[in-house]
Design a binder for this molecule. Structure first.
Ligand code: ZN
Length: 343
């Protein structure tokens, strides 16, 4: 009897051990399988992202070639068509913008891209056989929006290296790394402009009072940090933005009352068209070759000073060298700079 019981308990404990092993194996598989799948999927995702970047870059090149060809054609109606085809991004859901600060910047930046690209291409883009367009461009203004950020020191270092002065349209961003940047911008001879305190469309553009409140906040912050009473402004999203709930002319009247000038841009670097910027070479192209065909004597170039815009920083030396080699002046916005408005 005891023997039988003993054998039975041995069998049972062997069964229990087997079941335990099976359970452990199942748990391991249940953990490992999803992990392996995740790793595989992430790897694929990375690959796809790379392909997308590559493809969008190639698409841009194709567009440039196409536009260049059209610019060269004597028939001007083709150029008109291009203008009409240009996609002007509109953001209408202001409430949603209020909620997502980071997305807001991105949306804003998309709105900022609404500038007309038509006419920016010159025959400099075209092969050697084409006659060179006489250079109309006299002055270039490099402007950096949305800072200060962790990239500001890098931008400032590059500007110092090339002995170039730029313009920083700053927002209210106080932190250990960004607070000292207001002063450094001024100390190194750059122009410091206002780009709103919060950069939140829903707040700034709610009504005139809200706009003035925000304006005074950023002006005070700059004054407290640097002793400079800034008199230059850049509307978040530009003065022709489609998100403002208040007529921009009312807001620009408020600026005028305070003797503040505002500046849009006539050249976009394109660094806002993707969250982490666009490839460096594209930024260089947008800020140099495309600008040469401009009909204006002045180019105000829109760039962004944000942590995720690393390629903007990478592109900067080449952009500066390009204009220095051409003998075109690079200047900060000052009292003599003509106001540039999109409408
Ligand atoms: Zn901005």
């Amino acid at each position: 009897m005891n023997k039988t019981l003993g054998t039975g308990s041995v069998d049972r404990s062997a069964r229990v051990r087997r079941i335990k092993r099976v359970i452990i194996c199942l748990i391991i598989v249940a953990i490992l399988l999803p992990s392996i799948l995740c790793i595989i999927l992430f790897a694929k995702l990375g690959k796809l992202e790379k392909q997308i970047t590559e493809l969008s870059y190639q698409k841009e090149i194709v567009n440039v070639v196409t536009e260049t060809t059209r610019v060269n054609e004597p028939n001007k109606s083709d150029r008109k068509d291009d203008t009409e085809v240009l996609d002007i991004k509109k953001e209408e859901n202001v409430e949603e913008l209020d909620k997502v600060e980071s997305e807001q910047t991105e949306q804003n930046d998309n709105a900022e891209i609404s500038i007309d690209d038509e006419g920016l291409l010159g025959s400099v883009l075209i092969g050697k056989d084409e006659p060179a367009t006489p250079l109309k461009l006299k002055r270039v203004y490099l402007t950096f929006d949305d800072g200060p950020s962790s990239n500001t020191p890098k931008i400032l270092d590059i500007l110092k290296e090339y002995n170039v002065k730029a313009t920083f349209f700053v927002v209210g961003r106080l932190s250990d790394t960004t607070t000292p940047m207001y002063q450094r911008i001024v100390d190194e001879g750059h122009a410091i402009g206002m780009h709103s305190y919060t950069h939140k469309y829903g707040e700034i553009y709610a009504n005139t009072d809200a706009f003035v409140y925000d304006l005074e906040r950023i002006q005070s912050l700059i004054y407290e940090q640097t002793g400079v009473l800034s008199k230059i402004y850049r509307f978040p999203g530009g003065s022709s933005n489609t998100v403002s709930r208040t007529d921009i002319s009312l807001l620009s009247d408020e600026l005028a009352k305070r003797d503040i000038r505002y500046y849009d841009w006539n050249v976009v670097s394109g660094d806002a068209s993707a969250t982490y910027g666009i490839p460096k070479d594209e930024i260089v192209k947008n800020c140099t070759i495309k600008v040469i065909g401009l009909d204006d004597e002045e180019a105000i170039i829109l760039m962004h000073d944000l942590p995720e815009k690393a390629t903007t920083v990478e592109a900067l030396p080449e952009i500066i060298e390009y204009y220095q080699n051409l003998g075109v002046e690079i200047l900060p916005i000052n009292d003599n700079t003509n106001e540039m408005h999109q409408k």
